[in-house]
Write a protein that binds this ligand. Structure first.
Ligand SMILES: NC(=O)c1ccc[n+]([C@@H]2O[C@H](COP(=O)([O-])OP(=O)(O)OC[C@H]3O[C@@H](n4cnc5c(N)ncnc54)[C@H](OP(=O)(O)O)[C@@H]3O)[C@@H](O)[C@H]2O)c1
Length: 351
């Protein structure tokens, strides 16, 4: 086992301060494991964390960002029983949320991988054994690296809390990671999916992935009118709200009686103002979603295996291309951006 590893880390916030260099490989203590990272994937939050935003508890410097990874276990600490050397694993984002109700630490964002805890843009990452989750057998490390945040968020919203039922209509917004997993899971749960995007070209691609109907959210603004037409006035049973801000007004209009809006993202804004009476009359629910717990992750892994679901990857970058990968994320990817620790950059957009 070498003593040092290549690692991206920052001494100060900002993407320009993210540097690649040799760092010591973390030593493993009781209850911990060391994972050789084979692939990592980027989330919108990773860029906010790199820039020193989002987290009320700032990470300690030097800090290695990025929450999502997949790799193989190379060392286990004393007393570790649930994981063995050689296992192919990912890590549950919330380190203290393993099942059931969420602990208070979560509300202060104080216990999550990739900020404030050290993240995975390194050849090796140390995590508590308790958060390790076996990755689906049929997925490559690159595919599996996309599951911990984006996929689990969509899964937790659609399958664990107010689950989508066969025949329901689910609406996903934009064509990023959470929304494309939302499409894939909703379809497999028997729902029909309406997808919105600002791009007609991306709408063609999401239709090819099985969306029932699509709405160009710029040409058909406000998109809620078109959603009402497509559902013959019945509305949408479950909306994955990833845009936030004024977009919530459209979601509140488009949601069906007894329907659910899963509050997930804030791409436009983290603040909104809504007229409450129409939502009361519809007896609609707005539920906050905050990724998910380990038990939910494990159920999702079984579902992904049973249904042979393959994550949609926009582009794979090599380990020395991390700043380029972050810039691709800013441009609005179709699906997930992956950093491979093994190959050269490959474009999956045409596959
Ligand atoms: N609550 C949670 O647990 C949780 C978990 C994961 C993510 N999130 C949040 O959910 C949001 C989406 O995350 P993601 O990882 O799916 O993002 P992403 O992969 O970066 O995807 C963003 C997509 O949304 C669309 N978009 C971007 N900016 C927009 C804007 N201002 N207005 C309208 N559409 C916009 C674009 O699609 P088109 O070009 O097709 O329009 C873009 O491809 C983020 O705010 C993220 O922080 C929350």
């Amino acid at each position: 086992m070498p003593e040092t590893m290549k690692s991206w880390h920052q001494e100060a916030f900002g993407l320009d301060n993210l540097l690649l260099s040799e760092r010591p490989i973390p030593s493993v203590g009781e209850g911990e494991i060391l994972v050789r990272v084979r692939a990592a994937s980027l989330n919108y939050r990773d860029r906010l964390v790199v820039d020193g935003q989002l987290l009320p508890v700032l990470p300690e410097m030097p800090f290695t960002p990025v929450s999502d990874f997949a790799g193989e276990v190379v060392e286990i600490g004393e007393t570790v029983k649930r994981v063995r050397v050689g296992d192919r694993v990912a890590g549950n984002f919330w380190t203290e949320w393993l099942d059931g109700p969420a602990p208070l630490e979560m509300i202060n964002h104080a216990a999550s991988l990739g900020g404030p805890y050290q993240g995975a843009l390194a050849e090796y990452v140390k995590i508590p054994a308790s958060v390790a989750v076996r990755i689906p057998a049929g997925l490559s490390f690159e595919e599996a690296s996309t599951l911990p945040v984006a996929a689990l968020t969509a899964w937790h919203a659609l399958a664990e809390t107010n689950p989508a039922r066969p025949g329901d209509i689910v609406l996903v917004q934009g064509t990023g990671g959470v929304s494309l997993f939302g499409l894939q899971f909703a379809k497999e749960l028997g729902a029909r999916v309406i997808a919105t995007s600002r791009s007609s070209e991306k709408l063609d691609r999401i239709a090819a992935l099985g969306a029932w109907k699509t709405i160009n959210s710029i040409e058909a603004a406000p998109w809620d009118e078109r959603a009402q037409e497509l559902t013959n006035g019945a509305g949408v049973n479950h909306i994955l709200e990833v845009i936030g801000g004024s977009n919530l007004t459209s979601s509140a209009i488009a949601v069906a009686p007894e329907g659910t809006i899963s509050l997930i993202g804030f791409l436009e804004s983290g603040n909104f103002s809504l007229s409450s009476v129409p939502l009361m009359l519809k007896r609609a629910r707005i539920q906050g979603v905050s990724v998910g717990h380990r038990a939910s992750f494990e159920r999702m892994v079984r579902f992904v295996e049973e249904r042979s679901i393959h994550p949609v990857i926009d582009e794979i970058f090599s380990f020395d291309e991390v700043p380029k990968a972050f810039r691709r994320l800013e441009q609005g990817a179709f699906g997930k951006i992956v950093v491979s620790l093994e190959g050269q950059s490959r474009d999956r957009r045409s596959s």
